[in-house]
Ligand binder design. Structure first.
Ligand SMILES: [Zn+2]
Length: 606
C-alpha cells in the first residue's frame, strides 16, 4: 500500500514529486484503525492448491480481478459444472457484455424452466457501485463451493442468479484512489457508469442500457428475492455486515407481506449465520449527524429510484447490503459470502411462505399509496448500538470540531432510530391514459413491464386531468435531469387520445408502480424526472395593442371580472405596478390563451 508514492516519482522530477506527494497520502494511512478480526468464515478461503481457487483468493483477498479475468474464471466454472451457466443479458454503453450466472439443478437453465421449477429464485447483484465489489468476489467463492465444494444442496429448493458486476464500465475505471473511505481491495472501480449515471438512482427513469437490461432480466426470470450488494461510507462502528429493506423495524412498506417475510424468516436466518461465522450483523446505519452519533440514526425506507425501494414497489422483496467500508476486504468478502449463502438457504427453507407473501402483495390493491420517503418525522425506536469510541479535535482545515475514531468498542445505550413517514399519500385511480405523443413515457413504463392496452383507434374520454401549479425546477442537474416539483389542481376534461395512446389499468400487480410513476407529486414520477418538461412552456403570445383594448371591453362586459381585477390591484402592489403582468392577467382570462398551458396530458379514470 505504501507503493502509492511510486507513480508520483515516476512522473515528476524529484523536487516536483516532493511537492505533489506531500499533498497526498496513501488511503490506508488516512483510515481509522480496524479492530483485529478472526472468524469461522475464514475457513471458506480456498487453499493455494485448490484448482478452483478464485482470482481474489489467489491475491489473499487483498485485491480484486478485472472484468475480463472475472468473466474468464466464471466461464471455466460454467464449462466444468452442469449446475452453472453463464449468460449475457445486455451490453454497457462502452460495449461490454453484462453477464448473469444461472445456478440451478433444473435440466435447462432457461427462464421458463426456472419459473416452472416450483422453486423460488434468488437474484444477487454485485458492483452496482463497482468500487464496492465485495459481492463479486464472495459470489465467485460461493458458486465454486456450489459447483465443487459440496454445497450443491443449496439448489435443492431454490435457484440462484448472480450478476457479478452490474456496472461493468465503472468496474474498469479502476484505481487505487477511487474510494478514500474504504479499506481495500487495492484496486477499486468507479461509482458511476461510463455515462456518469448512478445505477442506484436509475431504477424508475431507467436511462441507462444497464438498467434497461436489468429490468428485462427481472421480468424474464421472475426472481423472488433481490440482493443488492454494496459497501457503505459514513461513521465507524463495530458492525461489519449491515443491511436493510423497506418495512424493517415495523415501518410501513409497499409490499407489507414481503417485508414481513424478510423480518420473520430472512433476518433471523441471516443474522444467525453471520454471528456463528464471527461477523457482527447490524441494520443500515445512516447517522443523522456524522459529527455527533448521539443524535441517532435514520431508519428510513428507500424511494423507488433505489433498488430496495424499487423492489418493494414492484413486490419483489429486496435487500440492500452495506458492508462497513472500514473493515478489511477479506472480512467483508467472507461476510458477504455468508450473507448470500444464508439468504439462498432461507429462500429454499421458507419458499412456500415467500411465494405466498409475494402473491398476497401482488393481489393487494391499496387505495392509498404512500410515497416520498425520507422526510423524517416517523416513529422513533431505540437500539443498543455497538459503536466505536471517538474523540473530537478542532481541524485547522474545516475550522470546526471533527471526529477521530479510536478503534475501541463502545456501547451506546438506547440510541434513537428515527423512523420514516411518507411525504405524500397518493390516491389510486382506476386507470391512466397516456397519449401517444408521450412516446418516451410509454416506453419507460413498458420497460418496467407495466401492462397497458394500446389504442388501435382514437378514443374520446371524459376524465380527470391535472393542471400543474407551483412548479419549481431544479437549478442543478441531477443524474442527467433537471428535476422538478409541482402541485396539481384536478379538472374534468373531454380529450381524444390518438391511436397508439395507452390505457393503463391500476388493477395489476404493477399498479402501485404506475401510480408512483404517473402521479406528479411523487418524487420519482416521470414528471418529476423531467419527462414532461414541454408542458411547462407557453408558446403563443399576444401584443399589447391587442390585449389593452380587449381588456377594456372585458371590464365593461363583466362587472364580476372588474371587481376581481380591482381587488387584485388593491391587494398586490407589485402586480399593480407591472404593466405586463396586468395585461397578462386579461390574456389568461381570454379565449386566446393557450388552454393547454401547464396541463399534464395524462388522463385519470377515477
Ligand atoms: Zn453503494
Amino acid at each position: 500500500m505504501r507503493s502509492h508514492a511510486i507513480p508520483c516519482l515516476a512522473l515528476f522530477s524529484f523536487i516536483a514529486a516532493q511537492t505533489l506527494c506531500a499533498t497526498v497520502t496513501a488511503p490506508a494511512d488516512l483510515l481509522p484503525p480496524a479492530p483485529a478480526w478472526h472468524g469461522a468464515s475464514e475457513a471458506l478461503v480456498a487453499k493455494a492448491d485448490n484448482p478452483w481457487i478464485t482470482p481474489a483468493e489467489k491475491m489473499q483477498l487483498l485485491d480484486s480481478p478485472n472484468y475480463a479475468d472475472t468473466i474468464a474464471w466464471l466461464r471455466q466454472l460454467a464449462d466444468a459444472s452442469p449446475l452453472i451457466d453463464l449468460q449475457e443479458f445486455g451490453r454497457t454503453p462502452q460495449g461490454r457484455p453484462l453477464y448473469v450466472v444461472v445456478a440451478t439443478k433444473e435440466k435447462f437453465p432457461t427462464p421458463p424452466a426456472l419459473r416452472t421449477s416450483g422453486k423460488p429464485t434468488l437474484l444477487a447483484q454485485g458492483g452496482i457501485h463497482s468500487g464496492e465489489i465485495d459481492g463479486k468476489d464472495a459470489g465467485l467463492m460461493l458458486l465454486r463451493d456450489i459447483a465443487f465444494g459440496g454445497k450443491d444442496a443449496l439448489l435443492d429448493h431454490a435457484n440462484f442468479l448472480f450478476v457479478p458486476v452490474f456496472n461493468a464500465d465503472g468496474h474498469e475505471r479502476s484505481s487505487e484512489w477511487n474510494r478514500p473511505n474504504q479499506r481495500g481491495p487495492v484496486h477499486q472501480g468507479w461509482r458511476t457508469t461510463a455515462q456518469n449515471l448512478n445505477l442506484n438512482r436509475d431504477y424508475v427513469k431507467a436511462d441507462s442500457p444497464e438498467m434497461r437490461a436489468m429490468l428485462r432480466l427481472i421480468q424474464t426470470w421472475a426472481p423472488s428475492l433481490y440482493l443488492d450488494l454494496h459497501v457503505t461510507d459514513g461513521i465507524d462502528y463495530q458492525y461489519d455486515i449491515t443491511y436493510g429493506y423497506n418495512g424493517w423495524n415495523g415501518f410501513t412498506s409497499w409490499s407489507p407481506q414481503g417485508s414481513t417475510w424478510l423480518e420473520k424468516y430472512f433476518r433471523p436466518a441471516v443474522d444467525g449465520a453471520l454471528q456463528q461465522s464471527g461477523h457482527i450483523p447490524g441494520p443500515l446505519i445512516m447517522a443523522i449527524n456524522n459529527r455527533d452519533l448521539t443524535a441517532g440514526i435514520v431508519g428510513g425506507n428507500g424511494d423507488p429510484r433505489f433498488s430496495t425501494g424499487y423492489g418493494d414497489l414492484r413486490h419483489l422483496p429486496s435487500v440492500l447490503l452495506e458492508n462497513h467500508s472500514l473493515k478489511p476486504y477479506p472480512q467483508r468478502v467472507l461476510g458477504t459470502y455468508i450473507f448470500i449463502e444464508s439468504a439462498l438457504a432461507a429462500v429454499g427453507a421458507h419458499a412456500a411462505e415467500l411465494t405466498a407473501a409475494i402473491a398476497a402483495d401482488n393481489t393487494a390493491r391499496p387505495a392509498e399509496i404512500p410515497a416520498n420517503w425520507g422526510d423524517g418525522g416517523g416513529p422513533v425506536t431505540k437500539m443498543d448500538f455497538l459503536g466505536i469510541a471517538y474523540e473530537e479535535f478542532v481541524s485547522p482545515a474545516s475550522g470546526v470540531k471533527e471526529v477521530r475514531w479510536l478503534g475501541t468498542p463502545k456501547l451506546y445505550k438506547d440510541l434513537p432510530i428515527i423512523g420514516d413517514k411518507p411525504g405524500v399519500i397518493l390516491q389510486r385511480p382506476k386507470a391512466y391514459y397516456v397519449p401517444a405523443t408521450e412516446s418516451d413515457v410509454i416506453a419507460v413504463l413498458a420497460a418496467h413491464g407495466v401492462r397497458m392496452e394500446t389504442l388501435a383507434e382514437p378514443r374520446t374520454v371524459e376524465a380527470e386531468f391535472y393542471r400543474l401549479t407551483d412548479v419549481k425546477t431544479a437549478t442543478e442537474p441531477f443524474e442527467g435531469h433537471y428535476t422538478l416539483t409541482a402541485d396539481v389542481k384536478p379538472e374534468r376534461r373531454t380529450e381524444t387520445f390518438p391511436a397508439g395512446s395507452v390505457r393503463i389499468t391500476t388493477d395489476q400487480p404493477l399498479g402501485e408502480l404506475a401510480v408512483v410513476m404517473l402521479e406528479p407529486q411523487s418524487r420519482d414520477s416521470l414528471l418529476a424526472w423531467g419527462f414532461f418538461n414541454e408542458v411547462l412552456q407557453r408558446t403563443e403570445y399576444i401584443e399589447g395593442y391587442v390585449v389593452a383594448p380587449m381588456a377594456e371591453k372585458m371590464l365593461a362586459d363583466s362587472p364580476p371580472l372588474k371587481a376581481e381585477f380591482e381587488a387584485k390591484l388593491a391587494a398586490d402592489e407589485k402586480f399593480a405596478k407591472d404593466p405586463t403582468a396586468r395585461l397578462q392577467w386579461f390574456y389568461a382570462r381570454s379565449k386566446f390563451y393557450d388552454e393547454r398551458y401547464l396541463l399534464y396530458p395524462v388522463g385519470l379514470e377515477r
